[in-house]
Design a protein around this ligand. Structure first.
Ligand code: BES
Ligand code: ZN
Length: 940
């Protein structure tokens, strides 16, 4: 057969090709790196000893060392891949040039789920090779010892499967316009899946150059990879695409795509920092017009980052592609970023204002990584927060630079900071820098602590040292470590170097090395205000259970900022060693507000008389506090009350000011809280009066935003959707009626749909109110037939709103069929159903029944499967439910990447139980004493 002969020829030709020899310099660098790696490990060990073992909850009992030995350092890969789209399998071969830095007779690298047909070392003899499943190692034993400084060339021929997976090298399918199924093939390697596509030294510090060749079907198909294509060899049915050798990079950043996608192109202007380069966006050909927005925004935000970093973009092109099946939201492969379709494709007849913003945010995030992450990479996954936290922080800056009217800077607060403050107020949280080793632990640490807390403490750091110094430190860091690897300390060293009067590193360690955060308690004293700190835990009972396992005793060095009644502003550092700090003021300054713009990662509590003054100010003069500060006051007041550290009447009194509030961000905080309280109180005596209070509160703004989407007012549009969905959730009669009317009109004539911004609300609350099974069936059919990924998700959300548990059960069962709900969307679907109070018990039973099948389908290494348990049980609030959950864990002790999610689930249920016991009486007392909430002000 053609390929057999062809393969033979390739193998033979490779056998005589010698590798180029510009390797000595790289090898020396690599040797240094190997040493650095050992140093890191030593530091971790020392820290662990000093800090006590219990800090690492996920620590295993066994002593298996999952890290590769340090004897060998790869410098160059030559990779030849042939994904066979028809059979769904791939074949490949590679050569790895390896530098020996310590004497050894074994070559140990990663290989997983690959079938190896040939393993050889040029000019040397292999004795045996074996695969070790647990560590995903390929262990090759040589007949002789490899001496230090030798350069060897390892060759391997391999094959593997691409079907039914979303990691490694895998296939993805879609229907073209004619309705025919088309298959493409693509890759997703981060964090530990490169080894499923080619045997490799799959650790981020083992950077090497890659020379990639991809075989693709001739004709409509083509291949793309990280680098530009330099050559194409037509071989009849197949064509070889040969790519330029890459810069030195980590294995997890390698990417190839074989597809029949169409593309569009634009130019990114370097404006004096390096050369201009081209940006292509790829999508299925019938959707190619949906990439215009991404292309325009992508080029603009890249230009911004080039100016910010002041470091040229290191490659000669930056492509992006929308992949029909994609496990994450997006992935920053160097030079070829891949996205879910919903994260890249924008079409104003399908996409909402929120969709548009999220596409921009995702692009901005991945493009940040092209420097921060790709050019400079963490040594090991312990420090993944540096990558992800920095990108999370910078993505807001990037979007803000291009769309300054979107309020991105304040939105960081509501999307990133405030939610993680909830997560991090639990004992099941973990420090930002955490030891991880196994693939399960590694994938699990891509969590809200790494992203949102990471981003938040970086934002706090920027405020502390000033934006200019911060930016300069970033540039210095990128220049100093380009094409290299770092740890947290290296980044902080660069910041520290620009700051004279403060030990930035020492301050930051209190935030990165221990979990949680403080609440600052502020009281008025004769000379001003006095401040103490205490760890903030959301469940009061947790204070007794909290282990004393932190080297900093759960005290933080807090950068405090404040604004006072007299208009003055200031800042100070509250060192973790000090018991208390004070802010001096003369007696006529009555109040102070700490944590200006909520840039600090802490909460602030005041004695009740100070809260009263703050609320008075907020109500009588709301503009005294800007958007960020208003959103902050609301958020802290509710969180403190939820934690029983403040009477619930304080946040409830505060809501009186909402009558005057018309900005998106503060309303988002309030609406979110009003809806979640309605869920918490659903089965308590105060529910009815709560509903009437909440409805009254929201009605004014509801009437003002109305149901007509603005053509060009981003924040007003965001506000509208937030208000309409809260109003519907709270059962404001007019809102429900409007939704139902629009829903019925839509079902009568499905080609005329509501405005994209309104669709989720209309579909969901239309379905929720409909008692007709045929309406649901009709919506389901529209969902099945829908081609646009973002519209499909909106319909899926709508379907989950039905109040009929049989239909929800049916939906859940149908969702298991890959041709109805893609694997990538499965967990979103289950989560939607579970969020519906009628669906919650259905999902809980299904989850327990189907656990063996679910874990077989997705594997325990799937972080989304792992997270599901905390999502399904988030609203459980009885001891019976808690027992059920615990029984389930006993029955299935293996949790894989879901270990932490299980802890979170249990802790959340306990918290919910405690919350009800403590707060429901308080809340209903306040409510029953209220004629109208607006009349209650100043009565604390
Ligand atoms: N590097 C990640 C992708 C990733 C996530 C790889 C988890 C491995 C595990 C990428 O930069 C990312 O953060 N993607 C986000 C979307 C983005 C908008 C934050 C994601 O996939 O959730
Ligand atoms: Zn990222």
């Amino acid at each position: 057969m053609f390929l057999t002969g062809y393969w033979l020829q390739v193998v033979l030709s490779w056998a005589v090709v010698a590798f180029a020899t510009a390797t000595v310099v790289v090898a020396v660098q690599k040797a240094q790196l190997a040493k650095d790696l050992r140093d890191v490990q030593d530091k971790i060990d020392i820290f662990e000893e000093w800090n006590g073992e219990s800090r690492y909850r996920t620590k295993r009992e066994d002593t298996i060392d999952y890290r590769l030995p340090t004897a060998l350092v790869p410098t160059h890969y030559e990779l030849y891949w042939h994904p066979d789209l028809e059979t769904g399998s791939f074949t490949g071969q590679l050569r790895i040039r390896i530098q020996v830095v310590e004497e050894t007779n074994q070559i140990i690298l990663h290989s997983y789920l690959l079938n190896l047909t040939s393993v050889y070392v040029l000019n040397r003899e292999v004795e045996t090779f074996e695969l070790e499943e647990e560590r995903q190692f390929l262990i090759i034993t040589m007949t002789e010892v490899l001496p230090v400084d030798a350069t060897i060339t390892l060759g391997i021929i391999f094959n593997g499967q691409m079907k039914d997976k979303l990691v490694g090298l895998y296939s993805s399918t879609y229907q073209n316009e004619a309705g025919a199924t088309r298959t493409i093939s693509t890759t997703k390697f981060e964090p530990t899946y490169a080894r499923q596509a080619f045997p490799c030294f799959d650790e981020p510090a083992l950077k090497a150059t890659f020379a990639i060749t991809v075989v693709h079907p001739s004709g409509a198909y083509h291949a793309v990879s990280n680098m530009q294509q330099t050559e194409s060899n037509y071989l009849g049915d197949y064509t070889e695409a040969i790519f330029e050798t890459s810069v030195s990079m980590s294995t997890y950043l390698v990417c190839i795509i074989v597809s029949d996608f169409a593309s569009k192109s634009t130019t990114v202007k370097a404006n004096g920092i390096g050369e201009d380069f081209s940006m292509q966006a790829y999508a299925t050909s019938h959707q190619v017009d949906k990439i215009d927005f991404a292309l325009e925004f992508g080029a603009a935000v890249t230009e911004y980052y080039i100016q910010y970093y002041k470091v040229p973009y290191p490659l000669t092109k930056l492509d992006m592609a929308a992949i029909p099946d994609f496990a994450s939201g997006a992935m920053e492969h160097w030079g070829l970023v891949t996205y879910r379709e919903t994260a890249l494709l924008y079409d104003d007849s399908y996409s909402s204002t929120a969709n548009k913003q999220s596409i921009a945010g995702t692009l901005a995030h991945e493009i940040v990584h092209q420097w921060f992450g790709n050019l400079v990479t963490m040594k090991w996954w312990n420090d993944i927060w540096l990558n992800e936290g920095f990108a999370r922080f910078m993505q807001y800056k990037g979007v803000n630079a291009v769309h300054s009217d979107w309020g991105m800077i304040e939105q960081f607060q509501i999307v990133a900071l405030q939610p993680v403050l909830v997560y991090d107020a639990k004992l099941s949280s973990h420090p930002i820098v955490q030891k991880v080793e196994t693939p399960d632990e590694i994938t699990a640490i891509f969590d809200t602590i790494s992203y949102e807390k990471g981003g938040s403490v970086i934002r706090m750091l920027e405020t502390l040292v000033g934006a200019d110094k911060f930016e300069e430190a970033v540039t210095n860091y990128l220049v100093k470590y380009q094409f290299n690897n770092t740890e947290t300390d290296d980044f902080l060293t660069e910041v520290d170097a620009l700051v004279d009067d403060l030990d930035v590193k020492k301050l930051m360690l209190t935030w990165t090395e221990q979990m949680g955060y403080p609440v600052l308690n502020v009281s008025k004293v004769a000379a001003g205000f006095q401040i103490t700190q205490q760890r903030f835990l959301s469940n009061p009972v947790s204070y007794e259970e909290a282990p004393e396992d932190s080297a900093y005793g759960y005290k933080w060095s807090v950068p405090i900022t404040y604004t006072a009644e007299d208009g003055s502003e200031g800042s100070l550092i509250y060192d973790y060693n000090e018991d208390t700090v004070g802010i001096a003021f003369n007696a006529d300054v009555q109040w102070v507000k700490l944590n200006v713009h909520q840039t600090g990662y802490y909460r602030v509590n005041y004695e009740e008389s100070l809260w009263t003054l703050l609320i008075q100010e907020l109500t009588s003069n709301p503009d005294r506090f800007d958007i960020a500060d208003r959103a902050h006051l609301l958020n802290d007041a509710f969180a403190l009350a939820d934690a029983s550290q403040l009477s619930y009447k304080v946040p409830l009194e505060m809501t009186a000011y909402l009558g005057q509030e018309r900005d998106f961000v503060p309303w988002y905080v309030a609406a979110d809280k009003l809806v979640s309280l309605h869920r918490s109180l659903m089965f308590s005596e105060g529910y009815v009066s709560y509903l009437s209070y909440a409805r009254t509160l929201i009605t004014g703004v509801y009437e003002e935003v109305g149901w007509t989407v603005d053509a060009n007012n981003h924040l007003k549009n965001r506000l509208r959707v937030s208000i309409l969905s809260a109003a519907c959730a709270l059962g404001v009669p007019d809102c429900l009626e409007q939704a139902a009317q629009r829903f019925n009109a839509f079902l009568q004539n499905p080609t005329s749909r509501p405005a994209p911004d309104l669709r989720e609300i209309v579909y969901y609350y239309g379905t929720k109110q409909s008692t007709s099974q045929s309406n649901w069936e009709q919506l389901f059919q529209l969902f099945v037939d829908e081609d646009d990924a973002s519209e499909k998700l909106k319909l899926m959300y709508g379907l989950s709103g039905v109040q009929n548990s049989q239909l929800l059960f049916k939906f859940l069962a149908l969702a298991g069929n890959e041709s109805i709900v893609r694997s990538q969307d499965y967990f979103t679907c289950v989560q939607y159903i579970a969020a519906n109070p009628v669906g919650e018990p259905v999902v809980w039973e299904f989850y327990r029944e189907q656990w063996p099948q679910l874990s077989a389908r997705f594997s325990l290494n799937d972080r989304n499967l792992g997270r599901l348990i905390a999502q399904i049980t988030a609203n459980f609030r009885s001891s019976i439910k808690l027992e059920e959950v615990q029984q389930f864990f006993e029955k299935y002790p293996e949790s894989g990447a879901g270990a932490n999610s299980r802890l979170v689930a249990v802790e959340t249920i306990k918290y919910n139980i405690e919350w009800l016991a403590r707060n429901r009486a308080d809340i209903s007392d306040w409510l029953s004493g209220t004629a109208s909430p607006l009349t209650k002000k100043n009565q604390l």
